[in-house]
Design a binder for this molecule. Structure first.
Ligand SMILES: Cc1cc2nc3c(=O)[nH]c(=O)nc-3n(C[C@H](O)[C@H](O)[C@H](O)COP(=O)(O)OP(=O)(O)OC[C@H]3O[C@@H](n4cnc5c(N)ncnc54)[C@H](O)[C@@H]3O)c2cc1C
Length: 722
């Protein structure tokens, strides 16, 4: 950030309207330097309509496209979309056609498209894949891959997918690895892309022979260092093009999941019912993505996960490994619904864990047990979510414990009204009702906004009036919103403006795509299949973010210890909002370290041995702060996020971070993160986890030492094995 402006808004004025007005007044100061931006579109189609509260998501998202369409970042991103049809759709939308018209005439037919940094790299990989798997005879291919000019195919091992030697596992040498959040980078010796169980076994045999460690990943959407390491073996369950390419068109590519065409590690098979008509087992390949499963589930209209992560661009192996979760006080983590794990052990043997006690370690084992090939979940019978999302007053959606906790900038007219206390009391009762009873419960505050987004819902068996949500036009709109979000963060103007301007522009974009989209005071009701409601946002991964999330146990109420005390939730929420404003008062530029949102979900506890929700019998508040990578470059994120950790850790109870998100760079109660996790937060859980793994090993013929030398990495050596 290198702001042209010398002054900035005082914290008392730091809210949407004042920031928008300031941008309107002063953005022209940047015009000489950043002359490729269409300032008129920014003002007329983005800033003024939001200020006037004449919301129309299409106008705003189109306004963003028009604002940046002459910039190099936009042109490069558009040029790198492979599908001419999608380019035409974006152009047509930018030129004024509605999303419905754009979708209605052509539908979605996006083959694939690539981001500039990976384009060349992937072209190479595509050629290599052809070389290995198609065009040449195996013998010739093997000779050719040994050609010393090809770094990524130099000295490639020949590992077979099956028992016979007709199909080689796709493999590359020394291909650099980076996770999506760009917090982990390394260079594995070999990257394998198996499609069969036998292929995985053969990779492990190869690793044993050459003494490599083996770690795997799906979509690489975790931030912590739970991946592979330099010079070891890395197994990718998603093809290298997809995982290194933004934007990812997966959620708008047409078609249904086709079990007949799915490779062995991507199968979805229904098994027996466990509670007739209500619960049924389903065996999924570890490489199945949430989008595959959503499509399968929606097509069948019969069985669904009870809860899930919102993101569709994740793998089943990936969400189970680090114990991911959805929302709703009656829901545990995804791993809690696992009934059987099939994995390749450290001897290369395929094994099964289905014992009720052992599964608590085997599901949610971070890749330490071995390479998971299939996971059997217990699904629920399909229901329909009755969504009634709201954009409501920040002071009333999640009400503060005391009125004065609302920063001056966010106080509405009612703040000084005689019935203010009554309003807060009524709002608190409504908030508690949602938190305590609703099937799903989630709240978003985009930084500096006067309204929060409340998304809590219940379900019904009655399908009458159900619609597709989001519908095709809305999926396109959400996807374009994510795409342009990713584009604008690469535009030089965006990096030059103050952080709080960035936050406001992202908030305008984010709020535009969330319902109610027309008129913030409307209360739309959408009935839709549960899986569609669980994945209400698409394309969100097109914009990289940084993310800290802690799981805070809900304590018992003093008057009735059998019930959770939700005041801790209000406190955790308002402590962060106040921190944002406190930070604003300390510098000349209230740059806003938190440039995207504060997000919070209520969920249950967990029985998984290594879950951060374990022991939270009355429930958990899963709460997170998200920002743009620019806040990290501006050196603001670390200090802010550490203060957030300090606040959330101060409430008592065993507060623990989400394993997959950012945690390693912080101290917890003054203790270095890894040490804290090992010696305090998971003091009892880690020995139990290790013992249970040891018990599985005794039955399956391996030891913990073998596990450590085959499947661990530097992080897990310290946390689990040392
Ligand atoms: C935009 C965004 C939104 C998110 N929303 C949520 C959310 O709502 N709730 C939530 O809980 N999390 C959420 N996350 C975190 C995300 O769910 C996790 O990072 C998850 O692990 C991602 O899945 P993946 O396929 O990318 O796995 P990766 O990150 O690629 O892999 C994670 C780990 O899983 C293990 N693993 C993967 N496959 C296997 C296998 N076959 N065998 C053994 N081990 C394996 C490996 O140890 C690997 O290191 C979100 C992340 C992002 C970027």
């Amino acid at each position: 950030m290198g702001s042209v402006s010398q002054t900035s808004l005082p914290s008392a004025l730091l809210e949407r309207n004042h920031i928008l007005k300031e941008i309107l007044d002063r953005v022209d100061d940047y015009a000489d330097t950043y002359n490729l931006v269409d300032y008129s579109s920014l003002k007329q189609e983005v800033l003024k309509p939001v200020l006037a509260e004449t919301f129309n998501p299409e106008t705003q998202i189109r306004g963003f496209l028009k604002t940046f369409r002459h910039t190099l970042a936009y042109k490069a991103a558009l040029a790198n979309i492979d599908s001419q049809q999608l380019k035409d759709q974006i152009d047509a939308f930018a030129a004024g056609k509605s999303a419905k018209e754009v979708v209605g005439t052509k539908g979605f037919d996006v083959s694939s498209h690539r981001s500039p940094p990976v384009h060349h790299h992937f072209s190479l990989l595509a050629e290599l894949r052809k070389l290995l798997l198609g065009v040449l005879e195996l013998k010739e291919a093997v000779e050719d891959v040994l050609h010393p000019q090809h770094k990524h195919v130099k000295d490639l091992p020949v590992v077979f997918e099956g028992t016979s030697d007709d199909h080689v596992v796709e493999c590359y040498s020394e291909v650099p690895f980076a996770n999506w959040g760009m917090t982990v980078q390394n260079e594995p010796r070999f990257t394998f892309l198996p499609t069969t169980v036998r292929g995985v076994q053969n990779i492990v045999h190869f690793a044993i022979k050459h003494n490599y460690r083996v770690r795997c990943a799906g979509y690489r959407h975790s931030w912590s260092s739970i991946f592979s390491q330099d010079n070891e073996i890395f197994i990718s369950f998603v093809n290298l093009h997809t995982v290194t390419t933004l934007p990812d068109p997966m959620s708008i590519v047409p078609g249904e999941y086709d079990p007949a065409k799915a490779p062995e590690l991507k199968t979805i098979e229904l098994k027996e019912e466990t509670v007739p008509g209500k619960k049924r087992l389903c065996r999924l390949g570890a490489a199945v993505t949430n989008e595959d499963f959503r499509r399968w589930s929606v097509a069948g209209k019969a069985w669904t996960f009870p809860a899930d992560v919102i993101l569709v661009e994740v793998t089943i192996g990936g969400v189970n490994g680090p114990i991911c979760h959805g929302a709703g006080i009656s829901h545990k983590t995804l791993s809690d619904y696992v009934r059987r794990i099939e994995y390749v052990d450290c001897n290369g043997k395929l094994q099964i864990v289905d014992d009720a006690k052992q599964i608590k370690a085997a599901a949610g084992a971070f890749g330490l047990l071995g390479i998971v090939t299939h996971i059997t979940f217990e699904l629920d019978a399909m229901t329909y979510a009755v969504m009634k999302p709201l954009k409501e007053d920040v002071g009333l959606g999640v009400p503060p414990l005391k009125k004065s906790d609302i920063p001056v900038a966010l106080r509405s007219d009612w703040y000084d009204a005689p019935d203010a206390a009554q309003r807060i009391a009524t709002a608190t009762a409504e908030f508690e009702k949602r938190a305590a009873n609703d099937y799903y419960s989630e709240w978003f505050w985009f930084t500096y906004q006067l309204r929060i987004w409340t998304n809590t819902f219940n379900c019904t068996n009655d399908a009458t009036g159900a619609v597709n949500y989001p519908d095709d036009a809305n999926v396109l709109l959400q996807w374009v919103q994510g795409w342009i979000g990713g584009v604008i963060t690469a535009v030089p103007l965006f990096n030059a403006i103050p952080g709080y301007w960035q936050a406001q522009l992202i908030a305008s974009l984010g709020m535009a795509a969330l319902p109610p989209t027309f008129g913030e005071n409307k209360n739309p009701t959408m009935k839709t299949l549960l899986p569609d409601a669980l994945h209400f946002r698409r394309g969100v991964q097109n914009m990289r973010v940084r993310d800290l999330e802690l799981q805070i146990p809900l304590p018992p109420r003093k008057d009735d210890p059998s019930k959770p005390d939700f005041s801790i939730v209000q406190r955790a929420w308002w402590d962060v909002i106040n921190l944002v404003y406190q930070d604003a008062d300390t510098g000349s530029d209230p740059s806003s370290a938190m440039r995207i949102a504060l997000e919070m979900r209520i969920m249950g506890g967990s029985d998984m041995l290594m879950a951060p929700q374990k022991g939270n019998d009355l429930g958990t508040v899963s709460i997170e702060v998200l920002t743009l990578p620019d806040a990290v470059s501006d050196d603001e994120w670390q200090g802010f996020a550490q203060k957030v950790v300090d606040l959330w850790m101060s409430y008592g109870g065993n507060v623990r971070p989400h394993w997959a998100k950012e945690w390693e760079q912080f101290t917890f109660k003054g203790v270095e993160a890894r040490k804290y996790m090992k010696t305090i937060a998971y003091k009892d859980q880690i020995p139990e986890f290790r013992d249970t793994l040891g018990e599985i090993g005794r039955q399956h013929g391996w030891t913990l030492d073998q596990l450590k030398s085959r499947y661990s990495n530097e992080l897990w050596d310290k946390i689990v094995f040392e």
